[in-house]
Design a protein around this ligand. Structure first.
Ligand code: THU
Length: 171
């Protein structure tokens, strides 16, 4: 009797994901609306309540109806009770204008002299929140990451949060 042994080969494939953004050297290269969002995010950062970290962040959110909402980080003596600038702005926008799509966000950080500092890099929780509103809007969120010497623009959250958890995953 002949025994046939079938050897199943395990297949592994390596997948590379690419992220994409546009980089600008000055705000002069940007459309007027982006500049307005950046200026508002920088101004919002100046009003941040960040006595513990000293790291001041501002965000401005553009709604489809043209309204711009701003927010900044709000810290607290009980550290985890604070919240980032992005979520302050996004949650306020959604609370006040529940059915209006959020189409763009600009994020700035400023240093102690109130001038823009390093490129703004939203935390993981804020990326997840941006993703939710992008899905609700049904169009890619324009994400503007500001700094003193360059501005990055991303078309949609996928480049900041690939393989993300979505509301369909909850069902
Ligand atoms: N922070 C933001 O507001 N946005 C970010 O994208 C990163 C961090 C705040 C949270 C905290 O108040 C301070 O920056 C230091 O982490």
């Amino acid at each position: 009797m002949v025994h046939l042994r079938i050897v199943k080969q395990l297949v592994m494939k390596e997948v590379t994901l690419r992220i994409k953004f546009r980089e600008y050297e000055t705000t002069a290269q940007l459309p007027e609306k982006d500049n307005e969002l950046i200026l508002k995010a920088r101004n919002a950062a100046r009003n941040a309540y960040a006595p513990y970290s000293g790291f001041r962040v501002g965000a401005s959110v553009l709604l489809e109806n043209g309204i711009i909402i701003t927010g900044n980080n709000q810290e607290n003596a009980a550290y985890p009770s604070g919240i980032c600038a992005e979520r302050t702005a996004l949650f306020y926008a959604s609370a006040q204008y529940p059915n209006i799509p959020i189409i763009a966000i600009a994020i700035s950080t400023i240093n102690h002299t109130s001038t823009p500092s390093e490129i703004a890099k939203p935390c993981g929780a804020c990326r997840q929140v941006m993703a939710e509103y992008e899905d609700l809007a049904g169009q890619p969120l324009r994400i503007i990451l500001d700094s003193s010497d360059r501005i990055l623009i991303l078309n949609g959250i996928d480049s900041l949060l690939p393989l993300r958890f979505k509301k369909e995953d909850v069902k």
